[in-house]
Design a protein around this ligand. Structure first.
Ligand code: SAH
Ligand code: SF4
Ligand code: F3S
Length: 457
């Protein structure tokens, strides 16, 4: 009988991708995915360490799994508990010590070793006399996990496929844990990316999001042996599959080269949306964050992007209350937001992360001040998102239906500009690509009626 694998994923899209790949690795060992935690024989908690709140969730979630394990044991069975992701990488030892019932802790660069780690964990469990230790693998192996993960797509991707083309980060922004949890920048060769894209498309993907912590820093080996840029790679993918919808995330302003900007004006399948985190509009704060560019540089990039693709929708990430941020610095952020006009954005209160230079800076900003700035910023961003969305009412948009809505008969999809679009149409199905006439808009979504079918699922 197949064993049931339950995966709980926190954090970014890279974790969503990794969770699917872990399921692929464990498939041949007889594990089939389940969506119901209650019947799981194994659980993987794929964690995020980016902010304190995200990391805290792990230990409370583990508490619940400990109880499930005890229950299962009383009934003569067991539940294997594995912790993966960025908390595993950053706090692996602590997890093993604080939560001895955890069988396995595995960092993001070691997922291809899951079968042998699991076998080891099972041996330990068989010999455990009350107190044992879980297995820990948080090394950055010499071999790339991408070369050792199975090729088949065991978990159908659904209409939107994620494809990791780059991993890791060498930027070392002073607030961020990612360079420590994901390791150095690594770019997969174009041939591997193209082959994986073909597999996703064969398995039903109609949109593919290329992923990387610094996706536009991708500089992999090209098909001709030379080093390609992301612009060149997108050209290749779009030429092969012009009818697919292509996206890439997350980009860094420093890596936004002219070739990539040009691609936005030229590639029919490249969606007119870009998530380009700026974090702050103050040069002093950007310097303290080690972002490597000024506010002005960001504005120039936006200008060039809009020249290449006038309707491009922009999104960003912001941090309020970074150490040393003054009222004037914050005002500069508000000014940048007003100048750019964002279609959507994420904003966070600065969270001091252990081991990062930011956490040691002397001039930490009081929590109330960071919160106050966050509310003001969010109000402005919300206003802009609402205005952007309202501008769509009456227009017809190409929507890929990709998930069920909250109510029966309701389906959700994404516009080219990454807006959520709600439709009520019993004849439509997930995977359909349809033209939708937009009838209403809010800050977070659009709704409308199907005006025509572009492609059936
Ligand atoms: N690699 C991407 C995203 C990194 S994490 C990039 O370079 O932009 C996603 C977002 O989380 C960041 O853009 C940043 O806005 C936020 N973030 C990261 N570390 C944080 C911290 N210590 N406190 C608050 N927000 C943080
Ligand atoms: Fe973190 Fe900066 Fe790297 Fe993004 S570029 S992952 S924010 S260190
Ligand atoms: Fe979180 Fe790691 Fe992604 S810290 S945001 S899961 S890279």
């Amino acid at each position: 009988m197949a064993k049931k694998l339950f995966i709980k994923t926190y954090g970014c899209q890279m974790n969503v991708y990794d969770s699917a790949r872990m399921a692929d690795v464990l498939g041949p060992l007889g594990y089939a995915k389940t969506e119901t935690p209650d019947d799981a024989d194994m659980v993987i908690i794929n964690t995020c360490h980016i902010r304190e709140k995200a990391a805290e969730k792990v230990f409370s979630e583990l508490g619940q799994w400990r109880l499930r394990k005890l229950e299962a044991r009383q009934a003569g069975g067991d539940v294997t508990i594995a912790v993966a992701g960025c908390v595993a990488q950053a706090e692996g030892e602590e997890i093993i010590n604080r939560a001895p019932f955890v069988d396995l802790v595995v960092g993001p660069q070691a997922y291809h070793r899951l079968p042998e780690l699991l076998a080891k964990a099972e041996r330990v469990r068989a010999t455990k006399t009350g107190k044992g230790r879980g297995i820990l693998d948080t090394e950055f192996p010499v071999e790339s996990k991408f070369d050792h993960l199975p090729e088949q797509v065991a978990t159908p991707p659904g209409p939107v496929g994620f494809l990791a083309i780059q991993e890791g980060c060498d930027k070392f922004c002073t607030f961020c844990v990612v360079p420590y949890t994901r390791g150095a920048e690594y770019s997969r060769p174009a041939s591997a990316v193209l082959a994986e894209a073909e597999r996703l498309i064969a398995a039903g993907a109609r949109e593919i999001a290329l992923l990387g912590q610094n996706v536009n820093a991708w500089h992999g080996e090209g098909l001709d042996g030379s080093t390609w840029s992301l612009g060149r790679l997108l050209r290749e993918l779009n030429d092969r599959h012009p009818d697919l919808r292509w996206r890439y995330t997350t980009s860094h302003p420093r890596e936004m080269d002219d070739d990539l900007i040009k691609a936005h004006g030229e590639l029919s399948g490249l969606m007119p949306f870009l998530h380009l985190p700026v974090q702050s509009g103050s040069d002093a704060v950007l310097r303290a964050m080690n972002r490597g560019h000024k506010a002005e540089d960001y504005l120039r990039i936006v200008e060039k992007l809009r020249a290449a693709r006038p309707d491009i929708a922009l999104s960003s990430d912001f941090i309020t209350g970074f150490p040393g941020e003054t009222d004037r610095d914050f005002e500069a952020t508000m000014a940048l937001v007003r100048e750019v006009g964002f279609a959507s954005a994420y904003s966070f209160k600065y969270s001091a992360r252990p081991g990062t230079p930011g956490s040691l800076m002397p001039n930490q900003v009081p929590d109330e001040v960071s919160s106050e700035r966050l509310y003001a910023l969010q109000a402005l961003l919300m206003e802009q998102a609402t205005a952007f969305n309202r501008g769509m009412v009456g227009r017809q948009l190409d929507v890929l239906l990709d998930r069920p809505g909250r109510h029966p008969g309701q389906l959700l999809g994404r516009s080219p500009y990454m807006q959520s679009v709600v439709i009520n149409d019993s004849a439509a199905a997930i995977g359909d690509r349809v033209t939708v006439t937009i009838t209403a808009a809010s800050a977070s979504s659009l709704s409308g009626e199907i005006a025509g079918q572009l492609e059936a699922a």
